[in-house]
Design a protein around this ligand. Structure first.
Ligand code: KIV
Length: 292
């Protein structure tokens, strides 16, 4: 840890983004910005940059915890990371992603787990995957005053049913079901809806057919907002990058360079240098040596 006085990072606090802000942005045709975060420093940086919303996504399982897919991550793991994000972001609307099996068994369990995201982790809302089969859970959670974001299209918690990470809604019949599900979720009380990996013309059509904002990921520019997995955007996740991602940085390569340089510096004794060391006066040193 450096002891150098940090440059002041304090700025005047932005107004808190709420579900009402989401609705107003849709009405005004202003794109809603959302990214995922799983830790304190990322949340601080995003909030400072002016992001509308932060999703503590269950993508945590893959991009941070190294699991094969999103199915293994638990409520406790999600809450642990959600707490760190809420300590860092004060203005963005914070959405906790409900992990696999935390909301599918009963609506009561769904409500209890949704409540934990607000009560124990400082989230403002929760997100869950699925359409008509989740309507009861959405009703139950929103009935308790907890805002719910839906998620349709490629729903990673159903990869085994979908046959892998594949685009959805590409046939007329699948598109019809997707539109129906979007309307069902709206009717059940969802305040917003993620549309993942669906044809752009379908996402745009659905966005116009419902009053709640759609947040697209791999769903084209016709959605009311956009979300990306931050580790994809930063080039931090090395296993694969989905086609719909724009990489804004290559942090994996940068990290590799930095670690290689550090190892080399230590091995060749170029680090630590004199400016990284703590001094002791000659007087104290001589006293120490003489009393040895
Ligand atoms: O978990 C996640 O990061 C998500 C986004 C892909 C929307 O659900």
């Amino acid at each position: 840890m450096s002891t150098v006085t940090p440059v002041s990072t304090s700025t005047s606090q932005r107004k808190k983004v709420t579900t009402l802000t989401f609705r107003q942005k849709k009405e005004r045709g202003e794109p809603i910005t959302m990214l995922t975060a799983y830790d304190y420093p990322t949340a601080v940086a995003m909030d400072k940059a002016g992001i509308d919303s932060i999703l503590v996504g269950d993508s945590l399982a893959m991009v941070v915890l190294g699991y094969e897919n999103t199915l293994s991550v638990t409520m406790d793991e999600m809450l642990h990371h959600a707490r760190a994000v809420s300590r860092g972001a004060k203005s963005a609307l914070l959405v906790g992603d409900m992990p696999f099996m935390s909301y599918q068994v009963t609506a009561e369990e769904a409500l209890r787990n949704a409540g934990r995201f607000l009560q124990e982790a400082g989230m403002d809302a929760v997100k869950l995957e699925g359409g008509r089969d989740r309507a009861e859970a959405v009703r139950r959670i929103t009935g308790a005053g907890i805002p719910v974001m839906g998620h349709l299209g490629l729903t990673p918690q159903s990869i085994h049913q979908l046959g892998g990470f594949r685009a959805q809604g590409k046939t007329a019949s699948a598109a019809k079901i997707l539109l129906e599900d979007a309307k069902i979720l709206e009717e059940a009380g969802a305040f917003s809806l993620v549309l993942e990996a669906v044809p752009a013309r379908l996402a745009e059509y659905i966005s116009k057919q419902i009053s709640i904002p759609t947040i697209g990921i791999g769903a084209g520019a016709g959605c009311d907002g956009q979300v990306l997995v931050t580790h994809d955007l930063l080039g931090l996740f090395d296993r694969f990058t989905p086609k719909f991602v724009r990489k804004y940085a290559d942090f994996h390569t940068e990290m590799n360079k930095a670690f290689t340089q550090y190892i080399d510096d230590v091995e060749t004794k170029r680090f630590p240098a004199i400016e990284h060391t703590v001094e002791m006066t000659d007087e104290e040193w001589n006293e120490f040596i003489s009393k040895k």
